[in-house]
Design a protein around this ligand. Sequence first.
Ligand SMILES: *Cc1c(COP(=O)(O)O)cnc(C)c1O
Length: 408
Amino acid sequence: MSERTPNGLSIRAAELDAADDLRKLRERFLLPEGVVYLDGNSLGALSAGVPDRVADVVGREWGELLIRSWDESGWWTAPQRIGDRIAPLVGAAPGRIVVGDSTSVNLFKALVGAARLVAARGDAGRDELLVDATTFPTDGYIAASAARMTGLKVVPVEPAALPAALGPRTAVVLMNHVDYRSGRLHDLPGLTAAAHAAGALTVWDLCHSAGALPVGLDAHRVDLAVGCTYKYLNGGPGSPAYLYIAERHQAAFDSPLPGWNSHAEPFAMAPGYVPADGALRGRVGTPDILSMLALEAALDVWDGVPVEAVRAKSLALTDFFLECVEVYVPAGRVESVTPVAHAERGSQVALRAEGAAELMKELIARGVIGDFRHPDVLRFGFTPLYVGFADVERAARTLGDISGHVSG
Ligand SMILES: *Cc1c(COP(=O)(O)O)cnc(C)c1O
């Protein structure tokens, strides 16, 4: 084991990279030279197959085949086909995930859908929607509106206090799997089981976990889930999100946005609505084909890549980053708000620092791209598919170099 000195750390980074089975996956991405990209938890990198695929979709499928592509190029069935590609990454069987719309819109479908499932059971005493108090803002905004529409009351709950807050009045629980600011990983199996024991349904937001760690939606009996695809799934800016509906809820799932794409016979153009079977009933209107097929091509990078191996590397990267920060950054200059315990850590490290906005600007100017989250957080996302240990060492060293002369 090399020493915990700058020289020792760069030697160790090289050793860790040499021993990394996932190292070669970086070649599946087009990353600019000289940049350490630690913002894949906000916008994943461009995978190598996407530009040609997008050119083909535009030039041939749209330009030449025109309307025939809805059939011949598989456009119409893309939402469920791509849902089935995402499914193994989050532990879902085929037929349970549909791709389309934004995460915000899918949250709306999931929350109203969950409230309607509870109401349909005749559980009138359940009038509370418990919402992760530290949630990404859009989840809270959408939850408030969904609650108003369904007669529920939003109860903000700190994740640690969730088990105690559950009770006979709980209808639905909305939780983020990984906290977007701190990188804290919440106990999806345990909290889902606790919610079920209290008679409630769960909606999980997987934006910061899918593609970075195993989720196990089916195994842990999650009811509904949503997630975006432009973070760790590298689908591209604004690529469509997804909705998971557990098989046992599909027949009763009553979408608040029953567009014609979710009809059992969309081309019958019937005046009356009859929902399609399965997760398909989570579709709404005509899908955003260009973005969706770019996402499909981006998912090719996962061929032969077990998400468990990605998780193991992610933890090794974040461990190594924390160690390098300790060596390179003067004591007390930054404070990690990301849990040390592996069971509580997602795939990012968040450092609280005086002058965080300035520090991040300076880091980016030096080729280390992370992001800043209000008010004082430096956020570094580690995408194991294309981030290596030498990148991690350079990022921490650069932070150390600048932290002396960028003050609070
Ligand atoms: C990124 C993110 C979103 C984004 O929602 P959009 O509708 O895609 O803008 C929602 N929730 C969480 C937890 C996120 O991290």
